[in-house]
Design a protein. Structure first.
Length: 242
């Protein structure tokens, strides 16, 4: 059995089927990329995994345990952390306090939470920002802070939603280095991304979806040259550049 098994998941909103029978298996320690056009169902699938939007059918199994009927908070305690497409920090709190809010999932004292937060900030190379107000951070550091907050929950599986969006090329390189560093600790990553340099450069395997359905699944080079993926998402110009 895979570390994370997603089996025929369907999620509807009224007459719209946002996720339509998605099935995939992710092995422990892997980085798995999820790509597709805007509105294809990528973030909705994330929301199904942590039960923010419970699937209407299908099942999601983490480490052999079905996540049906388990609250988002308890799923985080099971070891699934996530970041969000739109970063929403606690704006009037410091960076350290933001990360401590994640650490309190498992830490019972202020000192323990602070130590864990400082450890996460150091890992993400953000210690120098710890006393800044979160609202004053540039976008790249806001994204690092959110990753740091997720790491402070001590996840085994991390869902990363558009980590590279809005970053310049140097910042994208830094984000890729950070995700590989996270993988090196043994954390499994499921990555939603539109920046192809990022997702193609870090993923062991990739799935492309459109209209809630799978188009293709495979290694990055297979996905980059898949005719249906090129037609629906990447475009001929991207394919020519490979």
């Amino acid at each position: 059995m895979a570390y994370l098994d997603i089996n025929g998941v369907v999620r509807k909103f009224g007459g719209l089927t946002a996720v339509n029978g998605i099935t995939l298996a992710i092995e422990k320690g892997a980085i798995f990329g999820l790509i597709g056009p805007n509105g294809s169902g990528k973030t909705t699938l994330f929301n199904c995994i942590n039960n923010y939007y419970p699937p209407h059918s299908g099942d999601i199994v983490f480490k052999g345990k079905s996540l049906k009927g388990i609250s988002s908070h308890e799923i985080c305690k099971l070891g699934i952390g996530r970041t969000f497409q739109i970063v929403k920090p606690l704006r009037r709190m410091t960076v350290l306090d933001n990360v401590m809010s994640g650490a309190f999932l498992r830490k019972n004292s202020l000192n323990e939470a602070r130590d864990k937060a400082l450890e996460s900030l150091d890992f993400c190379e953000l210690t120098h920002r710890k006393d800044m107000l979160a609202k004053d951070l540039p976008i790249a550091d806001k994204k690092r802070m959110e990753i740091s907050r997720s790491l402070a929950t001590e996840p085994e599986l991390l869902l990363l939603d558009e980590t590279a969006a809005g970053l310049n090329p140097r910042e994208i390189d830094g984000a890729m280095k950070l995700i590989r560093k996270i993988q090196d600790t043994g954390i499994t990553c499921l990555v939603v991304e539109h920046v192809m340099k990022f997702v193609m450069g870090i993923s062991d395997r990739i799935m492309c979806i459109n209209f809630g359905r799978e188009i293709a699944k495979g290694k990055p080079e297979e996905i980059a040259n898949h005719p249906e993926v090129i037609k629906a998402y990447l475009g001929e110009e991207y394919a020519k550049g490979q």
